[in-house]
Ligand binder design. Sequence first.
Ligand code: FAD
Length: 482
Amino acid sequence: NKSLVWLRRDLRAFDHAALHHALQQSKTVYCVFIYDRAILDSLPRQDRRVGFIHACVAELDAELRQLGGGLIVRHADAAVAIPQLAAELGVDAVFANDDYEPQAIARDARVARALAAQPCLWFSFKDQLVFDKSEVLSLSDKPFSVYTPYKHAWLKKLRAQPACTAPLPVAPLAARFAAPAGPAALPTLAELGFEPDALASLAIPTGMSGAAKLFEDFLARLANYASARDFPALKGPSYLSLHLRFGTLSVRHLVRSVVELIDRGVGGEGAPVWLAELIWREFYAMILFHHPHVVGAAFKPAYDAIEWESGPRADADFAAWCEGRTGYPLVDAAMAQLNQSGYMHNRLRMVTACFLIKDLGIDWRRGEAYFALHLNDFDLASNNGGWQWAASSGCDAQPYFRIFNPVTQSEKFDASGRFIRRYLPQLKALDDSEIHAPWLVPRMLLEQKGIRLGRDYPEPIVQHDAARQRTLARYAVVKGPH
Ligand code: FAD
């Protein structure tokens, strides 16, 4: 019997659920990656993520060829192309890994229906998460909506079922891989309609090898993660989100490695804190799965009654936020980081999101969409979770009256202004104490340092204290036991 493995956001050739099960259950296994026109056609031609995927696909193909197989690569509407390819190859089954986004669930259901008519079987497996769907439930068998008890239950389950992170090997059965017929050449980015150099200047490590290198590098810093992770000028976090998004590494491997360090007592303070971040990722994936209405609406419906700013002033404010022209240096430096690199530090995602929603009064969905377009690691569940957290409309969100002060956040998390200076070199000459709020520096002093507000750097587009009052009034509609 023959099968086809459809790789999507799992671009690796080791510890891979769909590959593992296909190889176990079939005599001949083909592998396919589709550049899905249903997703790619609407993206800007400079999209960095396509460059990232392109590099990962090339490495994956080479690795699969080493193992005796290789990738069939198509540029097509995947929902149509997969049943077609299954028929062409005469396979009995298509294997894939679960995707929990509502559109992906609908697409996979369409594919499974088309395959059933051929007839051809459809199998899909948990791979992206350690625990998914309803695996971690409350004592009353309900999905959690608060993170901390979810985390405790998640950890308890992991201890009870350590096999959950056991590797799902690929190599031992690699003799069953079939090499794809036809030419080996993969499509170039230009052939796919994308600009080839959008990613090149960023030196982002790609593919399985890039992910492994980043993880190794991070393990050496893991013990310090707890103390370093909140300071954007430091190399504190792992920078693995992009690789987790596209599955160039196995989350089972990450969790297993960190738990081993914790058990051996060598993970320091950082290891459990980092593990807790991986659990946030699983938490938001679970929330999206059980509450798909969060795409486009508040988790807590009462928050849909909030009236956001609209009209030309709000549009201008939104543009200033997007382009890093708000006059608040930490916010602007963060947006510059996003626009230039496709990455933004977690602390800054919270600060910029809160600023857009609670200083500018702009609908969180506009910010969510901007992040979705620009973040290399964009993940619907985590991005939506992060935005709804900032908007206070999410499960376990920050209370609506908790409003970050962008200046004190700056003083606390970038005290010496190192991060700000990296992205806003025009403010370099300001002292550490001045750089967080340049409008408070006497004009003469500013001019002595070669800075004129309005020319070299914007005046603040909003006054935080007044904005705070407006936000409290705006959120009054949700006051009560939500
Ligand atoms: P590390 O600190 O090394 O964390 C390790 C991993 O844990 C991350 O790679 C990520 O997979 C997971 N993780 C960490 N923090 C969170 C979190 N708060 N929620 C869910 N998972 C988490 N993360 C995304 O992967 N994609 C997004 O689109 C995304 N959008 C966000 C939007 C907002 C408004 C906010 C506040 C957060 C968002 N996050 C998102 C979560 C977090 O900011 C990033 O995962 C993190 O900054 C990625 O950097 P890292 O890999 O170096 O993280």
